[in-house]
Design a protein around this ligand. Structure first.
Ligand code: ADP
Ligand code: MG
Ligand code: MG
Length: 888
């Protein structure tokens, strides 16, 4: 541990600075930094995270060496602020605030007004000439200190204020007089004594040390531990404690408190964005109890303060080169800053802010690329409401998180969660007065969130923004009646289960359904993508089975198709009969006859895709089939009868074949390359359709690069046999038409054996594509469809750090991939003198962490679903640029 335990800040100096987040916590580091750049901050000091670690090492005791430093720092605060802690005529009061290197819900709430006692409260009353304020502060301290530091029930205090209000016939807290509050202090002290077993401490130093202990204790409280576990936060020393001179936003109409962002965190627009409340303290703004005023209105109420605040906004952005989230308090016309940190924002805002900051000369293009979290682009890929819709808004709330959502009204979070579990496709809009952490699961299940109270910084707004989920808050035209399960929107009654629509970009609320339309890539989004493309080394392809998907993916910047599956092409209404005929055929001739009917359809499919991908490579995987899925199952007699009639066989015959095709373990059954090995005519038909389509499209003047991919190869012989067959078919077609087509034949690497034997396989394969879904299944021996029962336990007990179907298991599956790449590349080079092209086409190709891994192990490309293409482009650029600079 370093020799220094306590870091002072105040005036225009500070012992620490903004870089010391590990040691001083985010809050402490930034308070120091603000002082250093001359921003007004009430003086205070930060006890380091190392002291927290030492506190635990010494059996929950503040290390002795820290105590004199704390006392000295407190004296310095007194000198700077010109008041004395515990003074009975004009006391210094302080707040005690927790703060780790990363912001962490679940730790102790801040205690305000520390240092008040029976004696000093009188002094405060006299000094301020405001006894009401003094006693209100004191009773708040007893409540906060009792419930957050000493384990009293907050409810017990609430009970006292309710009964007093009842006795005094006071409707609001503010209707209580100074004498009433004096009485309340007496009752609160009784509650405290009953719960804690001793009197509320009159010695301010004792209060302070008890509060510091409580902050340290909260570091290992259940909620904080749980949060660190879920977010996989490790390696932090502990929490810091910030002790800071109190300033009061609740001293009358010349005072107030607010929270703001230096830019709009929804849209990214360069405007000052926030809320404030006159005559209020601390968290009153975010609690959603009173609906606050927009920050621009402060210009009317306190023009001087507003001007100063705008200058500070500018100064902070100039200094941090980042959008800031700030807290401030005005005491009798004097402005103080209490917090600044990197502001959370939607994906849309992240992109706009990054691009505009480059244009403003604050950051460079590479920094802009590193700053945007790839997954946050989801927000720009969210559906928007159809602007041509005729449905008119009936009410307007505050636009809290952009995007449009339509769904059925649900009033209860638990019910939303249950409905979603029953049917994941269900569209719900969660409607609440306000939300709290208990609502999170229901909010997650809903497509959008609507609340009748609360401002831009309310719980609902912040959480929805984090997820990129449309949200409208503070819509006071919405009245909720949980009992009758109805809401009224601007006087019109809507039942739970009825459809409503919200527009989180404008704040509009509509009754009924509105169509949503898919987004496109333009403006800042496309600018940022261009910058990303300058840095990335990986190519990005897409998984697409239709011309429509292929076209969409190209718009998003796909540089080819990495996986075109052919299974679904067999299901179309126009061909399913021929497919069934093929499956039921008893001879090669019968099968060929049926396949001849399918072939023109297959060719047409490929023509469409080749046309859409003009000039770019297209990897087509041969059929990897669950054949039985094409036939009606045993319990479906009616279906079987219909099929029997259609293709002219008996129902018994169909069931017989279904029986034959039944597998104990289809995942490891008659699939992949095993099918064309047993029935070569199937593979031949597919290859012919691919090459004929390529020839046709090439003749029309377009460029085609077909790559034929043979699935589930584990032994090189499987590949060499099928490759020989494919070449024969392809060359025959090329000869017949007299048109040369460049094509390649490669394989999917999705079996552990294929990784180990990659050197052999690469002698035949012209490319590798890692099928990481199957490779993960086969490596772990987990069936992806059957992990529900045990995966939660695996993750909960840290048997696995993360679901390997979401992010590549670097240490197992990843090692096999590295082996496959190295053996494959070496062998291809040695035998053919050429570079073996390697990509990935499993769902991991759209997962940012997996993309970074693919970059590191030297792949040529990743392939993902069309809507993940921009995400993969950005992740690939960040991988190439090295460490990202995003705040966690
Ligand atoms: P959180 O991490 O939950 O935001 P904070 O420590 O920032 O907790 O404090 C909670 C509220 O109390 C904030 O609104 C903050 O501005 C206010 N606050 C904290 N310390 C002081 C102080 N010394 N004077 C006035 N208000 C304070
Ligand atoms: Mg805060
Ligand atoms: Mg597979």
């Amino acid at each position: 541990m370093s020799a220094k335990h306590v870091y002072f800040f105040g005036g225009k100096t500070a012992d620490g600075d903004g870089k010391q987040k590990e040691l001083l916590g985010g809050k402490g580091a930034n308070l120091a930094e603000m002082c250093k750049i001359g921003i007004p901050v009430p003086p205070g000091f930060t006890i380091t995270t190392e002291v927290c670690a030492a506190y635990y090492e010494q059996g929950k005791k503040i290390p002795e060496a820290a105590v004199p430093e704390i006392d000295a720092a407190l004296a310095k605060v007194e000198a700077t602020f010109g008041k004395k802690f515990g003074d009975t005529s004009d006391p210094l009061l302080v707040s005690v605030r927790s703060g780790a290197a990363l912001s962490m819900p679940g730790m102790m709430n801040t205690i305000l007004n520390l240092g008040l006692s029976d004696a000093s409260v009188e002094g405060l009353a006299k000094k301020t000439g405001n006894p009401r304020f003094a006693y209100d502060s004191y009773r708040r301290l007893i409540d906060m200190f009792g419930s957050t530091a000493m384990g009293c029930e907050h409810e017990a205090f609430e009970h006292e204020i309710h009964s007093l209000k009842h006795e005094k016939k006071a409707a609001l807290d503010t209707d209580l007089s100074a004498d009433d509050l004096k009485e309340l202090v007496k009752r609160y002290k009784a509650v405290y004594k009953k719960n804690v077993g001793e009197d509320f401490p009159q010695d301010p130093k004792k209060q302070l040390y008890l509060a510091i202990n409580a902050v340290f204790n909260s570091w290992n409280g259940n909620k904080a531990i749980e949060y660190r576990r879920i977010e996989r936060i490790t390696g932090l020393k502990g929490t810091a404690v910030n002790v800071q001179a109190m300033v009061f936003g609740n001293m009358g109409t010349g005072s107030g408190t607010g929270v703001a962002f230096t830019r709009d965190p929804n849209t990214g627009e360069n405007v000052f964005y926030g809320d404030y409340l006159i005559n209020a303290q601390g968290e009153d703004v975010v609690a959603g109890i009173r609906t606050p005023e927009p920050i621009s209105k402060l210009n009317d109420e306190m023009p001087k303060v507003y001007k100063q605040l705008c200058e500070i906004r500018e100064a902070l952005e100039q200094h941090y080169k980042e959008m800031q989230d700030i807290e401030f308090t005005v005491q009798d016309g004097v402005l103080y800053m209490l917090q600044t940190r990197t502001g959370k924002r939607t994906g849309t805002a992240a992109v706009r802010i990054a691009v505009e900051m480059v244009k403003e000369g604050k950051i460079d293009e590479k920094t802009a690329v590193k700053r945007v979290a790839p997954d946050s682009l989801n927000h720009l890929l969210q559906p928007q409401l159809d602007p041509k819709s005729k449905v008119k808004p009936v009410a307007q709330g505050i636009a809290a998180s952009p995007g449009g959502a339509t769904g059925m009204v649900v009033l209860d979070s638990a019910e939303a969660k249950a409905l979603h579990e029953k049917d994941p496709a269900v569209k719900l809009i969660l409607v609440r007065k306000e939300t709290s952490p208990e609502d999170v699961a229901g909010m997650h299940a809903a497509k959008g969130i609507l609340t009748s109270t609360g401002g831009k910084a309310s719980h609902a707004a912040v959480v929805a923004r984090g997820w990129g989920k449309p949200c409208v808050v503070g819509c006071d035209d919405v009245k909720i009646d949980e009992k009758s399960q109805t809401i009224t929107i601007a006087g019109k009654s809507v039942k739970a289960g009825d459809y409503i629509t919200i527009n989180g970009t404008t704040g509009d609320v509509m009754i009924g359904k509105v169509e949503t339309i898919n987004p496109s890539m333009t403006g800042d989004f496309s600018t940022l993508m261009t910058w990303a493309d300058k840095s990335r080394k990986l190519k990005i392809r897409t998984n697409a089975d239709s011309p429509a998907d292929a076209t969409k993916a190209r718009e998003f910047g796909a540089e080819g198709i990495g996986l075109c599956r052919t299974e679904h092409m067999f299901f179309g209404d126009d061909r399913i009969a021929a497919v069934r005929e093929m499956i039921l055929a008893e001879s090669v001739e019968g099968r060929r006859k049926a396949l001849a009917k399918i072939e023109p359809f297959q060719k047409k499919d490929f023509v469409g895709i080749f046309e859409a991908m003009d000039g770019l490579p297209v990897t087509i995987r041969l059929l990897d089939p669950p054949l039985h899925e094409f036939l009606p199952q045993k319990d479906n007699r009616a279906g079987a009868e219909a099929v029997a009639k259609q293709i002219g066989v008996s129902v018994e015959k169909i069931f017989e074949r279904v029986e034959e095709l039944h597998e104990m373990n289809p995942m490891m059954g008659f699939r992949g390359c095993r099918l064309p090995l047993v029935f070569p005519e199937i593979g031949e038909m597919q290859v012919r359709a691919i090459i004929e389509a390529a020839i046709e499209v090439q003749k029309s003047g377009k460029k085609v690069f077909p790559e034929i991919m043979i699935p589930l190869v584990g032994v090189v012989e499987e590949l060499s046999i099928l490759k020989t067959q494919a070449i024969a078919v392809a060359e025959e077609a090329i000869k017949k038409h007299g048109v040369k087509v460049e094509y390649q034949i490669g394989t999917m690497i999705e079996l552990p054996r294929a990784c180990v034997a990659a050197d052999k396989i690469a002698e035949e394969a012209e490319f590798f594509s890692f099928g990481t879904n199957d490779l993960t299944q086969m490596t772990f021996g987990f069936s992806r469809d059957d992990i529900k029962g045990f995966m939660p336990t695996y993750l909960g007990n840290k048997i696995l750090p993360i679901d390997p179907f979401q992010t590549i298991d670097f240490n197992g599956v990843g090692e096999l991939m590295k082996l496959g790449i190295q053996k494959g590349r070496d062998s291809r080079k040695a035998k053919h003198g050429s570079h073996l092209k390697i990509g990935i086409c499993g769902e991991h190709g759209g997962d940012p962490d997996s993309v970074v891994f693919c970059h590191k192990i030297g792949m040529d490309y990743v392939s993902c679903s069309p809507f993940r293409v921009p995400i993969a482009r950005l992740a690939a650029a960040q991988a190439a640029l090295g460490d990202t600079v995003r705040d966690k």
